[in-house]
Design a protein around this ligand. Structure first.
Ligand SMILES: [Fe+2]
Ligand SMILES: [Fe+2]
Length: 299
């Protein structure tokens, strides 16, 4: 009997649980041109080993929007798994070259990173849309407009309640308590939240502050019956940290549960390790934080 006549049955250790659960790696504020080079290889190895369903990068890929910096960012992205949902940040718009800043603000971003300024991913479990909040008129602050919110509704509203819906922006819809600078919030956030309340986003992923944070929109935006979960990633690779180590988030979704795990850089070990784990469950009244050990559904 030749080898072709032998039948092999391979039992893979895949369960229903694995099939339903989605893993999202959420990186932000890479700032190529101002990075700690020791982090790059361990970061791409760690992300690859996590076997994410989607890799998110929520803006500020470069320090000064220079071609060299975009090329380095591109090389790094090429090492990471696909699909990738990437949005630009304020640092990806040229600052000093006024011609480029106002007439071709995302020219290099489009050339080296992606032409797609509203990247979209969806399957049976999650739907995710990236939205550009970087603007030429402001150096640092960001904004969302009515056309963008209209397109978010078009893309996300058709999905039912069983699909967890994500929006990725650079500028955040919420800031940690005690954070003094309200202008860091995305401009026109109230308008966006009201328009999205009916069908829109369950989870808002962002960066910009170089500080990690989770929270609920219900605290800031008083919209009856609506609360989105806000997940902020710190900076993964920039040397400009704000009182915490470089880090990134690993988000596991299995409707109606979400686990947000923060992996922080340990320079002494040249590795990322778990710094915190938070669990939430989606209820008709919005997201409820689960106490440690009560995180049924995701383990
Ligand atoms: Fe940044
Ligand atoms: Fe930023």
């Amino acid at each position: 009997m030749s080898i072709h006549h032998l039948r092999f049955t391979v039992y893979l250790p895949i369960t229903i649980h694995d099939l339903l659960m989605r893993t999202i790696v959420h990186l932000s504020d890479l700032h190529f041109g101002h990075i700690d080079p020791a982090i790059i290889d361990p970061l791409s190895t760690t992300v690859t080993e996590l076997k994410p369903d989607v890799v998110v990068v929520s803006g500020d890929l470069t320090q000064r929007a220079r071609s060299e910096q975009f090329k380095e960012a591109r090389e790094f992205l090429d090492e990471l798994p696909q699909p990738q949902i990437i949005v630009p940040g304020n640092h990806d718009v040229p600052m000093y070259n006024l011609f480029a800043r106002f007439l071709q603000p995302l020219d290099k971003y489009r050339r080296y990173i992606t032409e797609d300024l509203e990247p979209f991913f969806a399957d049976e479990e999650i739907a995710m849309l990236g939205v550009n909040t970087a603007r030429s008129l402001t150096i640092k602050d960001g904004r969302i407009n009515e056309e963008q919110v209209g397109r978010i509704r078009e893309r996300l509203c058709p999905y039912g309640d069983q699909v967890t819906k994500f929006i990725v922006t650079h500028h955040p819809f919420d800031i940690p308590e005690g954070h003094a600078r309200e202008a860091d919030l995305v401009g026109r956030a109230q308008m966006a939240m009201e328009a999205l309340a009916g069908c829109g986003a369950d989870v808002l992923l962002s960066g910009h502050l170089h500080v990690s944070h989770t929270g609920h929109t219900a605290k800031r935006y008083k919209i009856s019956g609506y609360s989105a979960l806000v997940v902020q990633a710190g900076t993964a690779t920039s040397t400009r940290v704000r009182g915490e180590d470089n880090s990134f988030n690993v988000i596991r979704v299995e409707h109606p549960h979400i686990e947000v795990k923060r992996l922080a850089w340990q320079p002494d070990h040249a590795a990322f390790s778990t710094a915190s784990i938070e669990n939430f469950v989606h209820t008709p009244d919005g997201w409820v934080r689960l106490a440690d050990g009560a995180a049924a559904g995701i383990n």
